[in-house]
Design a binder for this molecule. Structure first.
Ligand code: TRP
Length: 473
């Protein structure tokens, strides 16, 4: 493939805006609060932060390194850096993960469009926000239509190309989202009973920590940072050679984490002020709680419209990065034109995504091991494919690629000092693979034995950790 044909981000800020645009999305504002709510709040947050720093940032940096060095899509990068090996399989896994993630993500992204319309129409003035949400999410056609519209918007931007499509919009809209969230946070914090929400989010109750919670935190960290499936390998391949990759990774991860925490601070005080039982509401959380909050604030009508517009935009800059993984793969590896690749992949994903959307309505009774299609796609992508992908990506960079190449890429061939290199290298070789493997294998093992026994004795624990070690070796 001729390098001249590949797009690139035009400026440093453009890179950060696009990568942060990928990272910041429904994962921060829709998924983080409800997963934190279901997993005990403060204790979850603590482990989450630990994973962001110790594993998330190094994996993000690894993806940038692989992509910028190889100048290829996720699959092609592995093929180029390790020819005639099986590593390109990791790239394929990423393509599969992209399908799964987009299929259910576009369901929720579609909801945000309906909520823009609702906000404009009457600002949720009837006040029964739970009912409004249930009536909409359990209907058949509207959610499907919105999902289709959303995939269409995503395809349109991806089609427009890297610089003109992705970079242009994210630069303006992301900072605006931050400002709006801050305004809503202020309102939430001034509600009666707000402090209980803060306590829930920030006071860690260590008795709530189980391996399941740890896996959820790892999955959420990976999902939120957009790591583990090659989205950032693909974006990395559009980063210019004079960019400081380490700095970029830290900045993107910081922005992402800031927005997730702010989303928590925006939602939990309101949850506890209105109805504490909402804390474990699940996927409907922001859609039920925030409209109530808007009703209680001066200018709420305008804020609610702005908020759902920006939420849709945040989701869009994320779906774009996921679709780009598939499109870059189709066009570079299968020699398709960008237009054809975009249309085929987005249509296929939308068709597949119907299963996710109808999981709230017509297919809500169709379950596998008690989970709907939506739950399965959501759980298996975030908690299985992404951690596994992350493990393989760091292991690849740490063990397969020559150390000198890694150092050269991070230091821009010696131009930058990379004081963090030793720590980074240690993490990608040992800490991250071992930690991910332990969390991951422990939990998969537990899920697979759950049906046979409820025995949580010491014996099981030992077998589980042994397995984890075996996989690492
Ligand atoms: N990080 C995005 C969010 O938080 C979702 C996302 C975009 C993603 N690209 C990804 C998740 C790649 C995993 C992998 O909403």
């Amino acid at each position: 493939m001729d390098l001249k044909e590949r797009g690139s981000f035009s400026s440093k800020f453009g890179v950060i805006a696009a990568a942060a645009g990928s990272a910041v999305g429904l994962g921060n504002i829709w998924r983080f609060p409800y997963v934190a709510g279901e997993n005990g709040g403060g204790a979850f947050l603590l482990i989450y932060l630990l994973f962001i720093v110790a594993i998330g940032i190094p994996v993000m940096l690894s993806e940038f390194t692989i992509g910028r060095n190889a100048q290829r899509n996720a699959f092609g990068s592995f093929k180029k850096l390790a020819p005639n090996s099986k590593w390109s399989f990791v790239g394929l896994m990423g393509i599969v993960a992209a399908f799964l993630i987009l299929a259910f993500y576009s369901t929720i992204a579609g909801w945000t469009l309906e909520y823009i319309v609702k906000a404009v129409q009457d600002g949720f003035s009837a006040g029964n926000t739970s009912e409004i949400f249930t009536t909409f999410s359990t209907s058949t056609f509207k959610p499907l239509l919105w999902q289709f519209v959303f995939m269409g918007l995503t395809a349109w931007i991806v089609f427009a190309g890297v610089q003109k499509g992705i970079e242009r919009y994210t630069k303006i809209l992301m900072p605006l989202l931050l400002v709006l969230i801050l305004v809503i946070v202020v309102r939430s914090l001034t509600l009666d009973g707000a402090s209980k929400g803060l306590k829930f989010l920030f006071a860690p109750d260590f008795s709530k920590i189980t391996f399941g919670v740890v896996l959820e935190a790892l999955g959420q960290a990976a999902f939120s940072l957009s790591i583990g499936m090659g989205a950032l390998i693909t974006y990395g391949s559009y980063i210019r050679k004079n960019n400081n990759l380490g700095k970029t990774a830290v900045q993107v991860a910081s922005a992402d984490t800031l927005i997730a925490i702010l989303a928590g601070v925006m939602i939990f005080p309101a949850v506890f002020a209105f109805d504490p039982s909402l804390a474990t509401e699940g996927p409907g959380l922001v859609f039920v709680v925030l409209p109530k909050l808007f009703l209680s604030m001066p200018g709420g009508y305008v804020f609610s419209i702005l908020f759902f517009v920006l939420l849709a935009v945040a989701a869009l800059t994320s779906t774009v990065s996921v679709l780009e993984v598939v499109v870059a793969y189709f066009s570079e590896e299968l020699n398709m034109s960008r237009g054809k690749a975009t249309i085929i992949s987005s249509l296929a994903i939308w068709l597949f995504g119907i299963l996710a959307t109808l999981s709230f309505s017509d297919l809500s009774d169709v379950t596998i091991f008690g989970s709907t299609f939506f739950d399965i796609m959501n759980y298996s992508s975030a908690n299985i494919l992404l951690p596994l992908g992350a493990l393989l990506i760091v292991a690849f960079l740490g063990w397969v690629i020559k150390k000198k190449l890694v150092h050269d890429e991070l230091s821009n061939s010696g131009e930058l000092k990379v004081k963090y290199f030793k720590v980074f290298y240690f993490i990608i070789r040992y800490l991250a693979p071992v930690a991910i493997a332990i969390v991951f294998v422990h939990d998969i093992y537990k899920v697979s034995v759950k049906d046979n026994s409820d025995d949580k004795s010491q014996n099981t624990e030992i077998v589980e950790s042994k397995e984890a070690v075996e996989v690492v070796e």
